[in-house]
Design a protein around this ligand. Structure first.
Ligand code: E4P
Length: 222
């Protein structure tokens, strides 16, 4: 399963990329505005830091605007994936970009039918938002199961399931068990995945034992 980071924060991107954890990045207008600064330079930097796919989202809501913006976004790097919303115009743009060989991420997917239609329109990725479904009392992970089953039934669909709106590490394990292709994680969730209290305690004990050993044997080293 690929791991993308769901952020436009350059420090977080550099930090986790240096650990070798990142296969790509997803951004959206909310994440871009949260970082402030000049979005053009932020987008340019992200596409330089990251080798894998970087989803950059259009803000137009009609087809011709999406096409113009998407083409401009592609100029930030060869690894840009144009992110369009799950609307009729978004699907039309998805089809046009796909025919031109430009990869598309269809975002704001909340039903299996929407995922099916985005796949038909040629999307490279569909982004079902599981946390937002959980927030309204629906089972977000059930949607991932349904989409996985549908895509498995029709191997001609090459569209990847990019699980979005992830809220905690259990979402990640569940998505991996189902066989989702990609998870996109807020930095705080990826940070939590690294941690385990027994790892911390275990390391403290190892180092304390080593210090004791050295007290009686000052010349030892590794
Ligand atoms: C996905 O591409 C979106 O950027 C993101 O996962 C949305 O998550 P949220 O529901 O936490 O805003």
């Amino acid at each position: 399963m690929k791991i993308f980071l769901d952020t436009a924060n350059l420090d977080s991107i550099k930090k986790f990329n240096d650990m070798g954890l990142l296969d790509g990045i997803t951004t959206n207008p909310s994440l871009m505005s949260k970082e402030g600064g000049n979005p053009k330079s932020v987008m340019g930097e992200i596409t330089q830091i990251i080798q894998g796919d970087v989803s950059l989202e259009v803000v137009s809501t009609e087809y011709s605007g999406m096409m113009e913006e998407g083409k401009r976004l592609c100029e930030y790097g060869d690894n840009v994936v144009v992110k369009v919303p799950m609307t009729p115009d978004g699907l039309k743009a998805c089809k046009s970009f796909s025919l031109d060989g430009i990869p598309v991420n269809v975002t704001l997917i909340f039903s299996a039918n929407q995922a099916l239609l985005a796949a038909k329109a040629g999307a490279k990725y569909v982004s079902p938002f599981i946390g937002r479904l959980d927030d309204i009392g629906q089972d977000g992970m059930r949607l991932i199961q349904d989409i996985r089953q549908i895509f498995n039934n029709y191997p001609e669909f090459k569209t990847q399931i990019l699980v979005a709106s992830i809220r905690h590490p259990v979402h990640v394990v569940d998505a991996a068990k189902i066989g989702a292709d990609v998870v996109t994680l807020p930095p705080a969730v990826l940070e939590k995945m690294l941690q385990h209290p027994l790892t911390k305690i275990g390391l403290e004990n190892f180092l304390a034992d080593w210090e004791k050993f050295k007290e009686g044997n000052p010349d030892v080293s590794i």
